[in-house]
Ligand binder design. Structure first.
Ligand code: SF4
Length: 317
């Protein structure tokens, strides 16, 4: 009608998320703990990719790093010891639209959670799994963990840890249906960030082992790697973790590695003269269980009940 506005719908500006939208508060980790940098990096990825906070779920088990969900202003689940992965799988199975980030530690994942780890790799559900490896149980005050090196003095082994340590990278490479295995260090924020971005973009179970400083209990463990940048071996490839130009002057020890080559990945993981960082292995075509579990999710309640009745009728006598 002349002179009258016909469209009264409210035009809202598009939502834009800032870092504050993911900021769940000041983390209570020790000063200098490597966990702080990883938290900042994950918040930045959420902001850069403009993932709505209500679409992000941070899931963890038990341990220092597992306080992660408390510091993200998103959905979160601080679970039981070693049980982060089954919780994350349940979320992904029923809500495939959510962005799932799992935080676990060397104790949480490689010891009590090892059984779940094996099957989660096989399920290959689309999520980022960050394993913070500080070679110790920090929360419970310096107990031997599965990645503690032999001879390391701990409160449970005051004369030194006795057994060979589990190598999470070779373990991952040997698991059925493995699809993404990467390694980075918390003290190089550029490489850490680029590794997590690459993991986030991978459609499957993206496992990132983060060598993580624990100044409280294992300050000496990674000090050699921090003091000598050549002690790190950067894996480069077009399909790998992109190596930022900013690292050209500091991380000069490089090797070309095609992440589709699993045998070479095993050989690199076994190296002890230098610690490889970057992408060991990637296969985006592995089957993903979360794509199978969504089948039938769009059915009405009535249809689901009718289907259930049909199945139960098969057993009628
Ligand atoms: Fe970090 Fe170690 Fe302190 Fe735990 S004990 S918060 S891992 S520095």
């Amino acid at each position: 009608m002349f002179g009258l506005k016909e469209d009264w719908s409210l035009k809202l500006p598009p939502r834009y998320f800032t870092l504050e939208d993911y900021d769940g508060g000041v983390a209570r980790w020790c000063p200098g703990c490597g966990d702080h940098g990883v938290l900042m990096s994950v918040r930045r990825i959420c902001r850069d990719e403009q993932i709505p906070p209500e679409k992000v779920v941070s899931v963890s088990g038990i341990g220092c790093s597992s306080r992660f969900p408390h510091y993200m202003k998103t959905y979160g689940f601080h679970g039981l010891h070693g049980r982060a992965l089954p919780v994350a799988e349940g979320i992904k199975a029923r809500r495939p639209d959510l962005d799932v980030w799992v935080t676990t530690g060397d104790g949480d994942n490689c010891s009590i959670g090892a059984g779940h780890w094996l099957h989660a790799v096989r399920y290959n559900m689309d999520m980022v799994v960050m394993m913070f490896d500080n070679n110790i149980y920090g929360l419970t005050k310096k107990q031997t963990s599965p990645t503690t090196q032999p001879g390391e003095r701990t409160n449970t082994h005051p004369r030194g840890a006795l057994l060979p340590a589990i190598d999470p990278i070779t373990t991952m490479l040997g698991m059925t249906n493995v699809s993404f295995v990467a390694q980075t260090v918390d003290w190089n924020p550029v490489h850490l960030h680029d590794t997590l971005v690459r993991a986030w973009k991978h459609p499957g179970f993206s496992f990132v082992r983060i060598l993580q400083r624990c100044p409280q209990y294992t300050a000496h463990v990674f000090s050699g790697l921090q003091d000598d940048p050549d002690a790190l071996l950067v894996m480069e490839h077009d399909n790998g973790v992109p190596v930022d130009k900013a690292l050209d002057r500091t991380l000069k020890n490089r090797t070309t590695h095609d992440p589709s080559d699993k045998m070479e990945a095993f050989a690199l993981a076994a190296r002890r003269d230098a610690i490889p960082i970057g992408l060991f292995f990637c296969d985006p075509d592995r089957p993903r269980y979360n794509e199978m579990t969504v089948e039938g999710m769009g059915m009405s309640v009535e249809d689901k009940l009718a289907g259930l009745e049909d199945q139960l009728d098969r057993f009628a006598i």
